[in-house]
Design a protein around this ligand. Structure first.
Ligand code: SF4
Ligand code: SF4
Length: 181
């Protein structure tokens, strides 16, 4: 499979495949496979894909996703920039209130640390940024909603999810009646 990195094409395909992606998610959730076995497959695909994608040419997660800041992130970044925690918070963070909880996130407009596609505070970046797109983690089947959401944003997620469909011969098996939703 050709690795797709064009963000426009990925966005277009994500819209077209919205239903298919949700159906595949349901298939994976209900799959007979052990969590560890699924994780091993995903981790291998992830390794394969990250070797072919250069995040420095993309930066889309930095533009599209809010970064939640833990206390330790604030301390580390403030120190890295030579600021006190409160100076850092007032200059770079804003409150995100979704009606259920309030969190501090990096200001979205303008993105203060993004220059082109490059993070200007890479060494001190928050955990949330370090671990994105989370495909190296265990228990993939319990994080599928996030995976489907990130499919249109992140080329790594897009390609891993597509390779996973291939791995499970999706949607051929469904059409043969092997799986019914
Ligand atoms: S802190 Fe850096 S890595 Fe994180 S979202 Fe901002 S620019 Fe991207
Ligand atoms: S993690 Fe994904 S969205 Fe972020 S820069 Fe890398 S390929 Fe792009």
């Amino acid at each position: 499979m050709k690795i797709q990195t064009d963000l426009e094409i990925i966005k277009e395909l994500a819209e077209k495949r919205e239903r298919e992606n949700l159906e595949f998610r349901a298939f994976l959730k209900e799959s007979y496979m052990e969590t560890e076995e699924m994780d091993e497959i995903v981790h291998n695909l992830y390794e394969q894909v990250i070797n072919e994608i250069d995040c420095k040419k993309c930066g889309n997660c930095c533009r599209e996703i809010s970064t939640v800041m833990a206390e330790s992130d604030i301390e580390r970044m403030a120190k890295g920039l030579g600021l006190t925690d409160s100076e850092f918070i007032s200059q770079y963070l804003e409150e995100d209130d979704d009606g259920f909880s309030k969190e501090l996130v990096i200001k979205s407009l303008p993105r203060p640390f993004l220059k082109g596609n490059i993070c200007t505070c890479y060494e001190h970046r928050p955990e949330d940024c370090r671990s994105f797109p989370h495909l190296h983690k265990d228990e993939f089947v319990f994080r599928l909603l996030g995976v489907v959401e990130n499919y249109e944003i992140c080329p790594i997620v897009f390609n891993v999810y597509e390779l996973l469909k291939k791995r499970f011969s999706w949607p051929k098996k469904r059409k043969r009646g092997w799986y019914s939703s």
